[in-house]
Every structure is written in structure tokens, then in C-alpha cells.
Ligand binder design. Structure first.
Ligand SMILES: [Zn+2]
Length: 150
């Protein structure tokens, strides 16, 4: 026995029918011996079915997982900052201001600023932006040692 999903070509009603084998449906349909339970039409066809079974994982292209991608981006940003951007700790506002007013050579820096300092920088038009936590690398060891001594 074989179960087919069928569709009425007159009223679009979908239904199922059991047949002895795949040839049985074709023979009955050709003789117009299958009728629609909804409207009685004899214009019945097999529904085009998408396979319900999932192909093996190997056959599927690798689906990128957004979370994995986000973590990887964050890791690269952290690495880039750790390798290319000077950590200035709590001196961030001071250093940013000195560079902005040309008292000091421009260089990329990161560090901490109090909310008051952040506000002052913004008011003076000094470009600085918060570094989202996932993008912040670990503070350099030397800086952490200094903090512990203070
Ligand atoms: Zn019908």
C-alpha cells in the first residue's frame, strides 16, 4: 500500500488516498475513478511533495551560525585592539584631549573614562566611543599590576 497526497484540480482541496501501488493511482486516475471528497470532481492529481526527510548533514552546506560569527568578529576586534591600540587606563580622557589639541602625537588609544570625562570629551567634540564589552581586550599585564599596587 502506498499513501499519496492528492489534490483536486477543480477546487484545490487536498486529501490523501491509499493505493495498492504507484501504478494503481495512475490507472484509477486515468479511469477517473477517484473523486474529490469536497466537490466530487474527478480531476485529481498527486500533490508535488517536498521531501520531509532531512538529508544527511554532510550533504547540507555549512549553515553559518550568527552567534559563532559574532564571537569570531569580537575575537578579531579584541586581537586587533590588543596588538595595535595603546592601553592608557584611566588616563584616557587626558590622552585623548592632548592628542585632540595637538599637544601629543596622534595614536590609537583605549582605556577607561568616567561618565563625567566622557561627557566633557563629547562637549569638546573630541572623538571617542564606548567599546562594547565583547570587543574590549584584556588589559595588558603591566597595567593590571599597576592597578593592584595603587
Ligand atoms: Zn474538489
Amino acid at each position: 500500500m502506498i499513501l499519496y497526497a492528492l489534490v483536486c484540480e477543480t477546487c484545490d482541496h487536498g486529501f490523501e488516498g491509499w493505493f495498492a501501488n504507484s501504478g494503481a493511482f495512475d490507472r484509477l486516475a486515468a479511469k477517473r475513478q477517484i473523486d474529490c471528497p469536497e466537490c466530487g470532481s474527478r480531476e485529481i492529481a498527486k500533490q508535488i511533495m517536498a521531501p520531509a526527510v532531512r538529508p544527511s548533514d554532510k550533504a547540507l552546506p555549512q549553515q553559518p551560525d550568527p552567534e559563532v560569527i559574532a564571537r569570531e568578529i569580537a575575537r578579531r576586534v579584541r586581537e586587533h585592539i590588543a596588538g595595535n591600540v595603546d592601553y592608557v587606563g584611566g588616563d584616557f580622557a587626558e590622552e585623548a584631549r592632548a592628542m585632540f589639541y595637538g599637544e601629543q602625537e596622534d595614536r590609537p588609544i583605549w582605556g577607561e573614562a568616567t561618565p563625567e570625562e566622557r561627557e566633557a570629551l563629547a562637549e569638546e567634540g573630541i572623538p571617542a566611543m564606548p567599546l562594547p564589552a565583547p570587543f574590549a581586550p584584556k588589559k595588558p599585564k603591566a597595567a593590571r599590576r599597576r592597578e593592584q599596587l595603587n
